[in-house]
Design a protein around this ligand. Structure first.
Ligand code: OGA
Ligand code: MN
Length: 296
């Protein structure tokens, strides 16, 4: 069986057709999907209807799965499989969260350009997001997800800048990304559980051997530099890397599954009608080591 790959937009995302992902256990198909991800960074499958267990089983073919910050918390949870991230505005009783609900405010950090879990010492690789329930259109946005191409952004830097940033180490901290949206009320103990992590600013993407900028809302400052100087450099790099020419905007349809490579993209959620349910489920694969052990 072979899959059909059609580039979308500026060619950094692609739609993959001709495949039902339920029960995919053909190594050749998994290898073809990996090849598409290595080339495009973002791949889109339409009309899938995966249960959480099916999403977990599919995602596990690509690597061991992360248990995210929210799923690691004690207490009741809406979804039963810890490897499935709850990317929704719903509470444990399946009701739309109140505007002032802490979990909702914490999750609003996802509206800033970021790469997932870069505050972890060993960060993640693939994000796989599946649309279950979508909100109606609203004046502020429809809950789209935007992706930015960090390999193209690196390539477009002046040579002098490339050389100057090549060996920099950045401290990533989830408390910094949340502080930017005014969220500081972390549950007891999370400060100790999720300390900042150092990461390379420039990485070589293993599947394509292309260099990429590893930026994120979690990226706080440059190790060894005054905080302000590092923060200002990161701001400049973010502004450069999120120009419209580097962006693919995904307009969701129920049943979509979007896979992105966190090592060479940033993404952000867009606003939507907060009185209506938006329910996506995410599986995320873990990397094998720290970015500090990678060659530039
Ligand atoms: C994520 C994320 C944005 C969105 O799932 O990692 O950042 O549009 N999602 O929900
Ligand atoms: Mn995210």
């Amino acid at each position: 069986m072979s899959i059909a790959i059609n580039p979308l937009g500026n060619g950094f995302a692609a739609e993959i057709g001709g495949i039902d992902l339920r029960g995919t256990n053909d190594d050749a198909i998994v290898a073809e999907i990996w090849r598409a991800i290595d080339e495009f960074s973002v791949v889109v499958f339409r009309d899938q209807a995966l249960t959480d267990a099916e999403l977990r089983d599919f995602a596990e073919r690509f690597g061991p799965l992360e248990i995210g910050r929210a799923a690691a918390r004690p207490g009741r949870r809406r979804l039963s499989i810890p490897q499935i991230g709850d990317i929704s505005n719903l509470n444990e009783d399946h009701q739309v969260r109140d505007l002032f609900d802490r979990r909702r405010l914490d999750s609003l950090g996802n509206r800033l350009w970021h790469t997932d879990a870069s505050y972890m010492p060993v960060p993640v690789v693939l994000g796989m997001l599946h649309a279950v329930t979508l909100p109606p259109p609203s004046a502020f946005g429809n809950g789209e997800t935007e992706f930015a191409d960090m390999r193209a952004a690196y390539d477009a830097l002046p040579n002098g800048t490339k050389a100057a940033v090549n060996d920099l180490i950045v401290e990533h901290d989830v408390f910094w990304s949340r502080a930017q949206v005014g969220f500081t009320e972390f549950p007891q103990g999370e400060r100790d559980q999720y300390p900042p992590s150092p990461q390379r600013l420039v990485r070589t993407h293993p599947g394509s051997k292309r260099k990429t900028l590893y930026l994120s809302a979690h990226a706080s400052h440059i190790v060894g530099w005054p905080v302000a100087d590092g923060r200002l450099l990161l701001l400049d790099l973010n502004t450069h890397a999120t120009q419209s020419r580097f962006i693919y905007r995904h307009e969701w349809h129920k049943g979509d599954l979007v896979i992105w490579d966190n090592r060479c993209t940033m993404h952000r959620g867009r606003p939507h009608d907060e009185t209506k349910a938006r329910d996506l489920r995410r599986a995320t694969t873990l990397d094998q080591g720290s970015t500090l052990h990678e060659a530039a």
